[in-house]
Design a protein around this ligand. Structure first.
Ligand code: SF4
Length: 929
C-alpha cells in the first residue's frame, strides 16, 4: 500500500488529499491533515474521489485510446497516437495555411494543471500565432479578474482562508458557500462557534443552506448587487462610517463614486433590491464598523452581464471602509475550479499573457515574445468563450481543440454552441471521460490522464500553489495533457517550419519556464521550486530570497498601480440583460448541488452522490405552482427566448415568488426531450443567455427570464433496476441513446444508502423516467427492459395494449423473502411511491402478492418510506432524521447534538450540517418530545 499527497480536483478551496493505492489501483482517499487549505477535512465530493477512480468505473467511462471518426455521428474507431497526432497536425497546419492562424481556436479548462495551461497558451500564442485561446474559467471568474484589476491594479485576491478566523464580519454575497466551497464553510462554522459575536451577512436571491449561518439574510432580487453595494456606501457616507484618512492616503476616484452613489438612497435601494431599509443599514454598519470585514463572493457576482461592475462595487466598500490589508479584512473572490488561478497566472485566456501580463500592452507582448524566443506574439485580441463558439458557428473558426471541458453542457445558449460544433471542419476533444456530450461532436478524441494519475501544480483561491502528484500510472493509452500538447506542437512545428519552442520532457521543466516569466511581476515565484512545494504548499508572491509566501496583500496600503493607489470604480447599476416581463414572467437562477460537480462526468459515475438530489427538477415557489396548476412532480416546459427544457417541478421554500431554480449540472447526458415546438432539448443551458459583461466577457449564466407552463403528457413511464456490479455505467450509455425516443426522458444512477465506511460504492442501479403524448411502440419498451435486465424467468408481467399500460417486475427469492430487482411501470405510474420504495429500500415484497401487478393498487401495508438522503457519508435519510427529532429535547444545539449522536449524520465531512440545522429549526414544536 502506498500513500501519495495530492489535491482534490473539484473546487477552488483546493483541499489536500492523501491517496491510498495498491499497484495501479486507487483504494482510498483522506484529507491531508497538513494541508493549510483543509487541515484534513474533505466534503462529500472529495471523500468519494477514490470511488470515481475505481478500475470498474474507469473501464466503463474513461477514454482510454485515441479514437477517430471518419464521419460525424459514426462510431469512433481506435487509432494509435502517431496516427492521431499526425492527422491533427496535418489538419491544423492546413487550416492555418489556407485561412490564417485565427481560423483555429483552443478552448481549455480551469481543471487543467498550471503546466498543461502554460503549454497550451504557448502553443496558441507562440507557435500558431493566434490569441484564440480561452477557457471555461471565462464562465467562472473573468469578472473577478477584471474587478480586481480595475480597482486594486492586479488580479490578486488579497486575503487568505485563515482570515475567517480573524474576521468580525463575514459578508457572503452571490455564493452558496455551503454547497460550492464546503470545506471553507466548515471553517466559517468553526470560527463562528469559537467567536459567536462574529457577524455573518448573507445576500442572495435564494435562501440556501448558507443562510443557516447568517445573522442577517438579505434576499436581494437577481442582478441588483451593484445597487445594494452602492446603497451600503450611501449609508456609510451618510452615517460617517467611511475612513477618510485611508481614502485620502491610498485611493483615487472617490469623488466620482460619491456622485454615483448619491442617487442610491435607502428607499431606491430597498425597492430595487427587494430588501428592508433596516437591513440595509445593519449590513452597512456591520461591514464598515466591524474591526475586520471579509467578503466572500463567487458566481452570483461573476456570471453577470455587469459582473465586473458588481466585483468593483463590492471592492469599493472595502476601500471606503479600509477593510483591506489586515487580518480578517479584504475582498475574497472564491474560484469555482481547482486551478482557475493557475490559468490566470500563465495568461491562458484570450486577453491575457503570461504572469498577469496584458495582451493589449505592447511592452508585455514584447517581454513574452523574448521569453519564448519568438519574433512577436499576436496583437489582435482572441475570441473569448462565447465569441469563439459564435465564430465557429459562423464558419470563421474552422478547427477547434477542446481540452478537459464540456462546452456542449456548460456553455450558455446551447443551440449556438452545438451549431458551432457541427459546423467546425475539425474538432479535437482531449478528455479523460468518454461520456461527455462534447465527445459526440469530436472528429478526434485524445485520451488524457486525470486525478490520481497526473503530475504538476495548481493554485487555489488563496494564491496557494500545491503539488499534484500521480498515485497510479496512466490507464490504457491515456497521456498527460502537457505531453499531448507538446507532442502535437512538435509535429505542428515541423509543418510550420518553426521548431524548438517545446523542449520539455517533464512538467517541472515547463514550470521552471513559467516561474521565470513571473520574475518582477506581482505574482513573482522565483524563490520557489518543485522541491519547496514538495515540502508544503506555498502562497504567491514568493520572490527569490523570500523564506515564505505572502499571506495577505496590501498591508502597506500600496497597490500595483502607476501611483501606488487603489482606484474607486464609479460603475453604475445596470439591470439584468434579460429582466422578467409579462411573456417570460419568471427569474430563473442556476447554481450548484451539494454533491455534484460541473457536468457530472466524474461525480455522475457514483450512484451514492445522487442520494441528496436524485433527479433533475425545476424548483418553484409553492404558490407559483398552485397558481399554474402544477402539482409536485408534474412536468413543465421551462422556456426562454433561446430554447426550452422539460423538467418535473418541485416546491422550494428557498425561492421567492416569481423565481425558479435549476441546478447547473443537468446536461443532455442526464435529461432530454423535445421542446413545445419539437426541437431537441440540450440541458439547462439550452435556456441560459450568452449575453455577457462588456469588460470581462463573462456570460450571464446565473439568470434568464423564462416562462413555465404545464406540459400535458398523459403517458408516463418509470423504470428502475439494480444492475450487476460494474455494469450500471455501461448500461447508462445505452439507456442514454434511448432517451431520444421519448418526448421527455431522464436517466440517472442510484445506489443503496450505505455508510461510506462500508467501503466501495454501494449497490448501484439505473433509473429511467419518461413521458409522452401517447404510448410508444413496444420495441422501445422492450429495449428498455432488456437494458435494465427485466427479462428472463423471474419476471412478472402485465400488459394492456388498449390502455397503453405495461408493468414488468423482476423479483428474486432469498431466504423466504421476495425482493424486487427491477421494475417498469408504463402508462400508469401511480404505484411508483410504494413499488419504488420496495425496490430502493430492498424490502421484502412477499406481502404484496398479486398487487405488484395490479394497476392503481395501493400498498396494503404501510411502508416506511425513506426520504431523500441527507447525510451521504452515513446514508442517513430525512425520514430517519425527522423521527429522531421527534424524540429529541432541549435547545436547537442540543437537538442537533442528539441527532448526530444517534444517527452519526453530519459527523464526518459535515456537508449536511447546514441542512440538519435547517431541519432542526423547522421541526414543529408541537411534535417535540
Ligand atoms: Fe474538494 Fe470539497 Fe475540498 Fe472543494 S471543498 S476542494 S470539492 S474536498
Amino acid at each position: 500500500m502506498k500513500e501519495t499527497r495530492s489535491t482534490c480536483p473539484y473546487c477552488g478551496v483546493g483541499c489536500g488529499v492523501i491517496i491510498r493505492s495498491e499497484g495501479d489501483r486507487i483504494t482510498g482517499v483522506r484529507g491531508d491533515p497538513d494541508h493549510p487549505a483543509n487541515f484534513g477535512r474533505l466534503c462529500t465530493k472529495g471523500s468519494t474521489l477514490h470511488l470515481t477512480a475505481a478500475p470498474e468505473v474507469t473501464r466503463q467511462v474513461r477514454l482510454l485510446h485515441p479514437m477517430l471518426r471518419e464521419q460525424r455521428r459514426d462510431k469512433p474507431v481506435r487509432v494509435d497516437w502517431h496516427v492521431a497526432l499526425e492527422l491533427a497536425a496535418d489538419r491544423f497546419a492546413q487550416t492555418i495555411r489556407a485561412h490564417g492562424p485565427d481560423a483555429v481556436g483552443f478552448y481549455i479548462s480551469g481543471q487543467l494543471l498550471t503546466e498543461d495551461y502554460y503549454v497550451f497558451n504557448k502553443l496558441a500564442k507562440g507557435l500558431v500565432g493566434t490569441n484564440n485561446i480561452d477557457t471555461n474559467s471565462r464562465l467562472c471568474m473573468s469578472s473577478a479578474v477584471a474587478g480586481y484589476k480595475m480597482t486594486l491594479g492586479a488580479d490578486a485576491p488579497p486575503p487568505c482562508y485563515d482570515d475567517v478566523n480573524h474576521a468580525d464580519c463575514i459578508f457572503i454575497v452571490g455564493s452558496n458557500t455551503a454547497f460550492a466551497h464546503p470545506v471553507l464553510f466548515r471553517r466559517i462554522e468553526e470560527a463562528k462557534a469559537v467567536r459567536p459575536g462574529m457577524k455573518v451577512v448573507f445576500c442572495d436571491p435564494r435562501r440556501t443552506d448558507t443562510a443557516e449561518l447568517a445573522d442577517l439574510y438579505l434576499p436581494l432580487l437577481p442582478g441588483t448587487d451593484v445597487m445594494l453595494f452602492h446603497g451600503m456606501l450611501h449609508v456609510m457616507l451618510w452615517e460617517g462610517w467611511t475612513k477618510p484618512d485611508y481614502i485620502a492616503a491610498h485611493t483615487n476616484g472617490f469623488e466620482a463614486l460619491k456622485a454615483v452613489v448619491r442617487e442610491c438612497t435607502p428607499d431606491v435601494v430597498a425597492q430595487t433590491c427587494g430588501i428592508r431599509k433596516e437591513d440595509l443599514f445593519t449590513a452597512a454598519r456591520w461591514f464598515a464598523a466591524s474591526p475586520a470585514t471579509l467578503s466572500l463572493y463567487c458566481q452570483g457576482l461573476n456570471q453577470s452581464s455587469s459582473g465586473t461592475a458588481k466585483n468593483a462595487a463590492l471592492i469599493n466598500l472595502h476601500l471606503a471602509s479600509a477593510q483591506i490589508g489586515r487580518p480578517g479584512a479584504g475582498p475574497f473572490s472564491l474560484t469555482g475550479q481547482p486551478n482557475a488561478m493557475g490559468g490566470r497566472e500563465v495568461g491562458g485566456l484570450a486577453n491575457l499573457l503570461s504572469a498577469h501580463r496584458d495582451l493589449a500592452n505592447p511592452q508585455h507582448r514584447a517581454e513574452v515574445a523574448a521569453l519564448w524566443g519568438v519574433s512577436s506574439v499576436p496583437e489582435k485580441p482572441g475570441k473569448t468563450a462565447v465569441e469563439m463558439f459564435q465564430a465557429a458557428a459562423d464558419g470563421e473558426i474552422r478547427a477547434l481543440w477542446i481540452a478537459c471541458t464540456n462546452p456542449a453542457q456548460s456553455m450558455p445558449d446551447q443551440k449556438t454552441v452545438r451549431r458551432a460544433l457541427e459546423r467546425a471542419e475539425f474538432v479535437v476533444v482531449q478528455e479523460s471521460f468518454a461520456t461527455t456530450a462534447t465527445c459526440e461532436y469530436a472528429d478526434l478524441l485524445l485520451p488524457a490522464t486525470t486525478w490520481g494519475e497526473k503530475e504538476g501544480t495548481v493554485t487555489n483561491s488563496e494564491r496557494r500553489i500545491s503539488r499534484v502528484r500521480a498515485a497510479v500510472p496512466a490507464p490504457g493509452n491515456a497521456r498527460h495533457d502537457w505531453q499531448i500538447v507538446v507532442d502535437f506542437a512538435r509535429k505542428l512545428e515541423a509543418r510550420l517550419r518553426s521548431p524548438g519552442l517545446f523542449p520539455y520532457e517533464t512538467p517541472e521543466a515547463i514550470w521552471l519556464e513559467h516561474r521565470e516569466s513571473t520574475r518582477g511581476r506581482d505574482l513573482d515565484i522565483t524563490g520557489l521550486s518543485y522541491g519547496l512545494l514538495e515540502e508544503a504548499p506555498r502562497q504567491w508572491p514568493f520572490p527569490a530570497g523570500a523564506t515564505q509566501g505572502r499571506e495577505r496583500l496590501y498591508a502597506d496600503g500600496v497597490f500595483p498601480t502607476s501611483d501606488g493607489k487603489a482606484r474607486f470604480a464609479a460603475v453604475t447599476y445596470q439591470p439584468l440583460a434579460e429582466p422578467r416581463d409579462s411573456r417570460y414572467p419568471f427569474s430563473l437562477t442556476t447554481g450548484r448541488l451539494r454533491d455534484q460537480w460541473h457536468g457530472m462526468s466524474r461525480t455522475g459515475t457514483l450512484g451514492r452522490l445522487f442520494g441528496h438530489v436524485p433527479e433533475p427538477v425545476v424548483q418553484m415557489h409553492p404558490q407559483d405552482m398552485q397558481r399554474r396548476g402544477l402539482a409536485e412532480g408534474e412536468l413543465a416546459h421551462v422556456t426562454s427566448k433561446r430554447g426550452s427544457i422539460l423538467l418535473p417541478v418541485q416546491a422550494s421554500a428557498e425561492l421567492a415568488l416569481s423565481q425558479a431554480f435549476i441546478a447547473m449540472h443537468w446536461g443532455s447526458e442526464f435529461v432530454s426531450g423535445l421542446s413545445s415546438t419539437g426541437d431537441p432539448l440540450a440541458g439547462v443551458n439550452a435556456i441560459t443567455t450568452s449575453a455577457y459583461c462588456p469588460i470581462s466577457r463573462q456570460p450571464e449564466l446565473k439568470h434568464a427570464a423564462v416562462k413555465i407552463l404545464k406540459a400535458e403528457m398523459p403517458w408516463t413511464l418509470l423504470a428502475a433496476a439494480w444492475l450487476p456490479d460494474g455494469e450500471a455505467l455501461a448500461a447508462r450509455e445505452q439507456l442514454q441513446a434511448l432517451m431520444a425516443r421519448f418526448p421527455f426522458a431522464a436517466c440517472v444512477p442510484f445506489a443503496a444508502q450505505r455508510p461510506l465506511e462500508a467501503g466501495g460504492d454501494a449497490r448501484t442501479g439505473m433509473l429511467f423516467r419518461a413521458a409522452g403524448y401517447e404510448a410508444p411502440g413496444d420495441e422501445a419498451l422492450q429495449r428498455l427492459e432488456q437494458l435494465l435486465g427485466l427479462t428472463g424467468a423471474e419476471i412478472l408481467r402485465y400488459a394492456d395494449k388498449r390502455k397503453g399500460q405495461r408493468r414488468t417486475i423482476r423479483v428474486r427469492r432469498e431466504a423466504g423473502a421476495l425482493r424486487l430487482e427491477g421494475l417498469l411501470l408504463a402508462g400508469d405510474t401511480s404505484a411508483e411511491p410504494w413499488l419504488k420504495a420496495l425496490l430502493l429500500q430492498e424490502l421484502d415484497a412477499q406481502a404484496y402478492g398479486r398487487l405488484l401487478l395490479s394497476p392503481g393498487a395501493k400498498a396494503p401495508v404501510a411502508l416506511r418510506q425513506k426520504g431523500r438522503q441527507v447525510c451521504s457519508c452515513f446514508g442517513v435519510d430525512e425520514t430517519a432524521i425527522q423521527s429522531c427529532l421527534g424524540a429529541a429535547e432541549g435547545s436547537a444545539e442540543d437537538r442537533l447534538a442528539s441527532l448526530q449522536a444517534a444517527l452519526r449524520c453530519g459527523t464526518n465531512c459535515g456537508s449536511c450540517v447546514p441542512e440538519l440545522k435547517r431541519m432542526v429549526r423547522a421541526f414543529p414544536a408541537a411534535q417535540l418530545a
